[in-house]
Write a new protein. Structure first.
Length: 69
């Protein structure tokens, strides 16, 4: 009798576990080029500055630099 009860408990547990699984995700397979490359989501691209702008020093900065050397 105990053996049947254990067996019934095991089968009930397996049955309930099988029913409680998560539903599978549905993945879209047919993406368009606009879906993949939608640049409008990122706003305007940043301005690329030149090397002259990176290393630009004002006259005051140049004077301070020359004082050091």
């Amino acid at each position: 009798m105990k053996k049947m009860l254990k067996l019934l408990l095991v089968f009930t547990t397996i049955f309930l576990a099988a029913c409680a699984s998560k539903p599978s995700l549905k993945i879209k397979n047919n993406y368009s080029e606009n879906d993949l490359f939608n640049d409008s989501l990122f706003g305007q691209p940043p301005k690329i500055i030149s090397l002259d702008e990176v290393f630009f020093l004002t006259e005051e900065q140049k004077k301070d630099f020359l004082k050091q050397f």
